[in-house]
Ligand binder design. Sequence first.
Ligand SMILES: Nc1ncnc2c1ncn2[C@@H]1O[C@H](COP(=O)(O)OP(=O)(O)OP(=O)(O)O)[C@@H](O)[C@H]1O
Ligand SMILES: [Mg+2]
Length: 352
Amino acid sequence: MFGFMEQKSGEFVGVDIGASSIKLVALSRQGKGYSLQAYAVVTLPAAAINDGNIQDSEAVSEAITKALRISGSKAVQAITAVPSSAVITKSIQMNSAYTERDLEDQVRIEADQFIPYPLDEVALDFEVTGPSPLPNLNEIMVVACRKDDVEQREDVITEGGLQCLVVDVDTYTLERAVNFMLPPSEDDAPLVGVVDIGASTLTLHVMRGDTIVYTREQAFGGNELTHSIHSQYGMSLEEVEQALRAGELSQEIHEMLVLPFRSTVVQQVSRALQFFYSSGAHSEVTRLLLAGGVANIEGLAGIIEEEVGVPSLLANPFNDMAVNSKVNRVRLERDASALLKALGMAIRGFEE
Ligand SMILES: Nc1ncnc2c1ncn2[C@@H]1O[C@H](COP(=O)(O)OP(=O)(O)OP(=O)(O)O)[C@@H](O)[C@H]1O
Ligand SMILES: [Mg+2]
């Protein structure tokens, strides 16, 4: 009856379920861009996530509730993602004359050949990406993942007090956030490397123009540093985590543990790039964007640039974005590099 009752808040939250924390980003529209309404980072118990899998659903949904409360967001609809390691993607060709319904059936038949699980346990999605070079065929990108992985994420979001609008794939959410940050360049589509260094995983994504063309994970991350500080200096993991993020560790710990760890990070980034080049890449990565919590180690971008020889930049997707005055700007500066995926998830909400 009254139009205003139908109004939606126009705000979407991205919920990134990482190995060490829940990261929540709430966005609304502002003109052609977005406005950051609220965000929160809430630490998860050490065993809640393992290898990208949710082990303790209750702990995860409690952390989501807490993140929502701390952020103060009133948003209802959320977007999250499954890790790319849980997803199988394959490009196939299909007759361009198929109706949408036929196409769906044909994709299922085709998918059965390359998916190692019974089809009824699989969540399947596909997109026509364009005409194939072969006549009368379209290129179709098929994305498949176990239903369990999707449902488990939907459940923790719902239990956490939100409605799950979409479960995306984390690579796509990162791609979306980077495209928002770096509008595609007009020139010959240079290769940009995005290195996400989290608590347990370092991932190198390489983008050509606006598309991720390569992704590889290495089992390396900030946990190595936090655990060594914890065991050598008798601080609890929570204390270490807090002191690290606030830059409040003693000079001694900084010199004995943080600086050597920073050198290891540089070696790991260099190794990730070598893997990329040995995979048959023809052109060079001309720029590196550093994301994830570990990217905040003081001076990291400069040293990578010096030792690896690629211009590097700490990712801050909120530099040019309107930010609600309730958001603490000092903290945001510190947390920004870890919020990239959550941002890409929230942006997805506006594309539905
Ligand atoms: N200033 C800092 N210096 C060093 N390490 C930091 C700093 N700030 C955060 N970290 C580390 O970054 C990690 C958290 O980063 P992030 O939130 O990107 O990880 P995650 O998404 O939970 O993990 P993953 O991506 O591996 O699943 C923690 O290990 C934390 O100790
Ligand atoms: Mg992460």
